[in-house]
Design a binder for this molecule. Structure first.
Ligand SMILES: Cc1cc2nc3c(=O)[nH]c(=O)nc-3n(C[C@H](O)[C@H](O)[C@H](O)COP(=O)(O)OP(=O)(O)OC[C@H]3O[C@@H](n4cnc5c(N)ncnc54)[C@H](O)[C@@H]3O)c2cc1C
Length: 401
């Protein structure tokens, strides 16, 4: 039974602030339920100042807790529903390797036991078998005989730029009102509704969902709330592969180096001008920034560090990279936030903690449940605003997941 809010004197049942991946999925989920919804975005749709642009994000079942592993099944299911509604593919399956060098900073036991407990198909491979199956790793020296890895065949890629645009397109097709270039200046809950003050005037909503990622506290602080967050500027690099034939989908997996520093990468994937390159990046390698005062120029040291690592991992022959930047918004425990404000239950907050795009379609559903006052169709206790893990100090090692 879908819960609805009375429209009453409000302009919309629900207002969603921020049209990145999470906000766009939330507007879509609400519109699909016939809810009157407005989506407000400060910049143009598809902008590159936040976290949901660029060509690829990893979607995987391998996670460090059974709770996350179970949620990944929902993540895939929700994206599959979007695919069938649009009759267009979103997920590309590539297979994935979580690479654990000896004494890795990230413990493989957590991943193996979580996958086993939930019954997700996976293998535990040694260096010899990795090099046999994916010859690119035989051209480097890091995947030696001591290397071990989890191979998860369901791992794949979701394109944040195209998937976010698709969610927006479907939302409009279901009746949603999207307003780009409309910064929200403040929100004022009271009397069972929320007045949303924007630079283009105010709208009254029965509830509001804040999907503002790096800018979240700008809206919550005037309400006396603050989520402890660290915003970092990360970068991803695209390396031309030249005449290498061993880096295409089917011959090369999505991979994650489960150590400190942690790196990750993709096989050749993306639109023209990108598909002849491989993408790679360092997880949590960037500086802490203010989202409104950050630069966009790549950090050459980070780029060189990554290029050196790639040479060691898959050998030489890669050309000079093209690099783009992006924002991580990290909670102290790197767990999500999906909850209502305790003193204003019609104000909902959603945060992907810099690993949320694979879950964007799922986030859309549970944030819509919360906004409509219903019971969310998932156990969100680990993502509560009052959990102790949010308040513990920031320590980079707890971000390594
Ligand atoms: C380099 C990089 C690699 C990543 N890799 C992965 C991966 O492999 N797998 C994965 O699952 N996740 C990954 N992530 C994380 C994932 O991309 C993010 O968790 C997700 O995109 C967050 O989406 P969002 O909608 O919350 O944030 P955003 O896309 O940043 O959207 C927030 C929006 O709110 C708008 N906004 C803010 N304040 C206001 C206001 N006052 N008024 C109006 N609009 C406002 C902003 O302009 C912005 O558009 C990665 C992120 C980065 C940066």
């Amino acid at each position: 039974m879908s819960v609805r809010r009375e429209l009453g004197n409000t302009d919309f049942e629900v207002g969603v602030i921020g049209l990145g991946g999470l906000g766009s999925a939330t507007v879509h989920a609400l519109a699909r339920r016939g809810v009157s919804v407005v989506g407000l975005e400060q910049f143009e749709l598809g902008h590159v100042r936040g976290a949901s642009h660029d060509h690829s994000r990893i979607i995987r079942r391998s996670y460090h807790t059974p709770h996350y592993v179970r949620l990944t099944a929902e993540a895939y299911r929700c994206w599959r529903d979007v695919e069938s509604e649009a009759d267009r593919p979103v997920i590309t399956i590539t297979g994935g390797l979580d690479l654990f060098p000896p004494a890795a900073a990230i413990d493989p036991a957590d991943y193996r036991s979580a996958l086993a407990e939930v019954g997700v198909e996976h293998e535990w491979l040694d260096g010899d078998e990795i090099r046999r199956r994916w010859p690119a790793f035989a051209r480097g020296h890091l995947v030696d005989d001591e290397m071990l890895a989890i191979h998860a065949p369901d791992t794949g890629i979701v394109p944040p730029d195209r998937a976010t645009a698709l969610l927006q397109e479907l939302a409009v097709a279901n009746g949603a009102d999207l307003r780009p270039l409309t910064p929200v200046l403040s929100i004022h809950p009271g009397g069972g509704e929320v007045e949303v003050v924007t630079a283009a005037g105010s709208v009254r909503c029965g509830a509001v969902v804040v999907c503002a990622d790096a800018w979240t506290n700008r809206l919550l602080a005037p309400l006396g709330h603050r989520v402890p967050l660290t915003v970092t500027r990360e970068q991803v690099s695209y390396f031309p592969v030249g005449n290498r034939q061993d880096l295409s989908i089917g011959r090369f997996p999505v991979w994650i180096w489960m150590d400190d520093p942690s790196f990750y990468g993709f096989p050749m994937y993306g639109p023209a001008g990108v598909v002849d390159r491989i993408k790679a990046s360092e997880d949590c390698g960037g500086p802490v920034v203010d989202p409104d005062a950050r630069g966009f120029d790549p950090d050459p040291e980070m780029e060189q560090r990554l290029a050196r690592f790639l040479n060691d991992l898959i050998g030489t022959g890669l050309g000079a990279p093209r690099t783009t930047t992006c924002l991580y918004t990290l909670t102290a425990d790197r767990d999500f936030v999906a909850d209502r404000l305790d003193d204003h239950p019609n104000v909902v907050v959603g945060l992907g903690a810099a690993h949320g795009f694979k879950f964007a379609a799922w986030f859309g559903r549970v944030l819509a449940d919360l906004a409509l006052g219903g019971e969310p169709g998932a156990d969100l206790a680990p993502f509560a605003l009052d959990r102790p893990g949010l308040e513990r100090g920031f320590d980079r090692s707890s971000w390594l997941v």
